[in-house]
Design a protein around this ligand. Structure first.
Ligand SMILES: Cc1cc2nc3c(=O)[nH]c(=O)nc-3n(C[C@H](O)[C@H](O)[C@H](O)COP(=O)(O)OP(=O)(O)OC[C@H]3O[C@@H](n4cnc5c(N)ncnc54)[C@H](O)[C@@H]3O)c2cc1C
Ligand code: FES
Length: 274
């Protein structure tokens, strides 16, 4: 089983800026004390305001963007006390971050097609993934299916579109792109041969979407991985709050549970019972 990543550390980081995204989310920009190498997409941080505002337990967030070697940005949808406290941080205030955590996505070699599927703020780990693929010359072999309830919840859509890969938006209220659920758009695209079935598929989003995606991918025999948004207490493998059951046929064999925070959050679909 995996251990805490060797590069993880606890830092008090200044908020350098924050901006609104959609009706209920913020992008929080944090300054790092020195230049960091680029992080794998899909890794995450445990964040909490440094002054103790908000709940005692920090909350997990995907690393959204690394626009400079000394900066990390997070896309945070406000849901409850933890996200409300983070969204209330102002420029110059300090955020305590345990970062970088988790395994992240194994970015596929440029020749392999990749299909990314996100619902709402589940898009957060995919900006880095798209940027990495574009840097490797594989933008046109990478598709991003981005779904939400309504157009204003396709957070930072223009930023994803600017990377250069095909971005296919869907909204349940029909306000932008395909009218309906993101998986229906994906199913149509696969049926019409607009995206290749032999691609590596990766999904992130709310539990409902992940369960539907897992069933869809199994039915069609897709090579898929999920970035799980399991509740977390510590994020570092100590509290056992984040168990995911494993598939005995998968790489963990008879080991029945793994910890999403240190063994994931990215899991091959064939490795877990979900
Ligand atoms: C690895 C990882 C990466 C994540 N990345 C992001 C990200 O980039 N951006 C982002 O906005 N959120 C992300 N999340 C989810 C985020 O951590 C939760 O929304 C946050 O912890 C909620 O805290 P809260 O105190 O505001 O709300 P809580 O009071 O804890 O919850 C408010 C409501 O949301 C529900 N809820 C909270 N967390 C979850 C969850 N994980 N799964 C299902 N329902 C939940 C609760 O049941 C409750 O109804 C991520 C989660 C994980 C595990
Ligand atoms: S969140 Fe504590 S062990 Fe995973």
């Amino acid at each position: 089983m995996a251990a805490l990543p060797a590069d993880a550390r606890v830092l008090d980081l200044p908020v350098t800026a924050r901006r609104r995204s959609g009706p209920d989310a913020w992008i929080l920009e944090l300054g790092l004390p020195e230049a960091w190498p680029r992080l794998r997409p899909g890794r995450f941080a445990m964040l909490a305001p440094a002054d103790g505002r908000g709940p005692f337990i920090p909350r997990p967030f995907s690393i959204y963007s690394q626009p400079a070697p000394d900066r990390l940005d997070f896309l945070i949808q406000v849901l409850g006390p933890g996200t409300r406290a983070l969204a209330a941080l102002r420029e110059g205030e300090t955020c305590t971050a345990t970062v970088p955590l988790g395994n992240g996505f194994e970015v596929q070699p440029p020749e392999r097609p990749v299909v990314l599927v996100a619902g709402g703020v589940g898009s957060a780990p995919f900006l880095l993934y798209l940027e990495e693929r574009a840097a490797a010359g594989a933008a046109e072999r990478t598709w991003f299916f981005y779904g939400a309830r309504s157009a204003d919840r396709l957070y930072d859509r223009e930023r994803f579109e600017a990377v250069g890969s095909p971005v296919r938006c869907s909204t349940e209220d029909g306000s932008l792109g395909f009218a309906g659920r993101v998986l229906d758009d994906l199913a149509g695209a696969l049926d019409r041969g607009e995206v290749p079935e032999e691609a590596r598929f990766a999904a992130c989003g709310p539990e409902g979407l992940l369960h539907a995606f897992a069933a869809f991918a199994r039915e069609r025999g897709l090579d898929a991985e999920l970035s799980l948004e399991t509740y977390m207490g510590c994020g570092v493998g100590v509290c056992n709050a984040c168990p995911t059951p494993t598939d005995p046929e998968g790489p963990w064999g008879d080991w029945p549970w793994v910890k999403t925070c240190v063994d994931g959050p990215v899991m091959p679909l064939r490795a877990i019972r979900f």
